[in-house]
Design a protein around this ligand. Sequence first.
Ligand SMILES: *Cc1c(COP(=O)(O)O)cnc(C)c1O
Length: 393
Amino acid sequence: MSEPVNEPSSIKDRYSAALMNTFGPPRLALVRGEGAHVWDEDGREYVDLFGGIAVNALGHAHPALVDAVAGQLRTLGHVSNFFTSGPQVELAERLLALLGASGRVFFTNSGTEANEAAFKMTRRTGRTRLVAMEGAFHGRTMGALALTAKAAYREPFEPLPGEVTFVPYGDAAALAAAVDDTTAAVVVEPIQGEAGVVVPPEGFLAAAREITSAHGALLWVDEVQTGVGRTGDWFAHARDGVVPDIVTLAKGLGGGVPIGAAIAVGAASTLLQPGNHGTTFGGNPVACAAALAVLDTIEKESLLAAAVERGDQLTRILLAEQEVTDVEGRGLLLGAQLADERAAQVVARAQERGFLLNNTGPARLRFAPPLTVPADDLAAFGAVWAEILEADA
Ligand SMILES: *Cc1c(COP(=O)(O)O)cnc(C)c1O
C-alpha cells in the first residue's frame, strides 16, 4: 500500500495556521534579497519600491551591514542594560552630532517603544495633557496608540491613556488654540507617513515650536519614518530650522535590524531619572553596530543626495501619467494620489509585473524604496507604469 503523497505546502499557506491573523494575509513569502531586489518562494524576482516600510535604507544584504552585524555578534552580542558597550555609546554620540544639539539618547527596539519612552518623558514634566495630530500614526502599543488618530486602531483597545487632544495636521491656529500652560507636549510627524505621505504647510513646525515654547510645553517630533536620510536630510525637521525637545527614530536606523531611539535635547534629557525606564534589549551592541554601519554607509555612498535625485526621478515617472493627480513628499518618501480608487488594483498589477508597491488608502500609493535604489530600477518601473495604471477591462 502506497503512502498518500503529501504536497509540500508553501510558506504562505502555512502562515495562517501558525501566525495570528493581526494584519491580514501576507502578500508573498520572501526568501532572499539583494540590493533593491527580493525573491519569493517560487523564485520570482521583484524590485522593492516599498523598502519594508521605509526600513531597508541600504536595500537588502548590503555588505557593510552584514559585516557589521556578523562582526559584532562574533565579538559581543548582548549585555543587557546592566552594562554598556562601545557601539551603544558611539551611536548615541553620532546621533547627537547629526542632530547638532546637546542631549541624551534612550535606545529601544522599535518605533512604538521609542515613542513610549518619549511619552514617559512628557509625564515627568509634571503635566499630563498632550496634543497630537489628526491623521497621525505613532505606533500600536497602548501609549503610542493613545496618540494615534485612526479610530479603527484605537477603539478596540480603549480606554487608552487619556488627556490627548487631536488637532488638524498643519493647522497652526488650531494648534495654538489647543495648547496652554497645562500642556506637557505636542507630538508631530514632520511628514505624515502612514497617512499616505502628507506634507504640512511651510512653517507649521516652526509655528509648533513657537507655540510650545510660549507655554513651556515640549515639542516632540516623531521621525520614526522620516528620519535617517529618508527625505534627503538626516532629519526631516532640519528643513524647518527648529530644535525639538524630543526626536524619536526607528525604521531606517538599523537598515532592517530592529532598533529605535528617543533623543532628548537640553533640559528634556534629564526628565527620565534612574528607575524611571528600562529595556533588556534596547541599545543591544549588534543593533547599535548595525545602525552605525547604516550611518557610515549613508555618508560614504552619498545617499542623502541620492535620495533627492532618485526621488526627483521617481516623481517625474509617477507624474508622467494623467491618472496620477499629485505627488507629495521629499526624497524617497513619496505619496502619489490617483484620480480613481484604484490603488489596491495598481499594487496587485505591479506585483504581477515584478514591482512591490504599497497603498495607504483606496486612491493613495506610498513609495519608500531603498536609498540605494539604482536609477535603472526606477527606469524599468517607469517603462511599465502606464500599463500598471490601466483600468481592468
Ligand atoms: C512606523 C511608525 C511608528 C511605529 O514604529 P514600529 O517600529 O512599527 O513600532 C511610529 N511612528 C511613525 C511616524 C511611524 O511611521
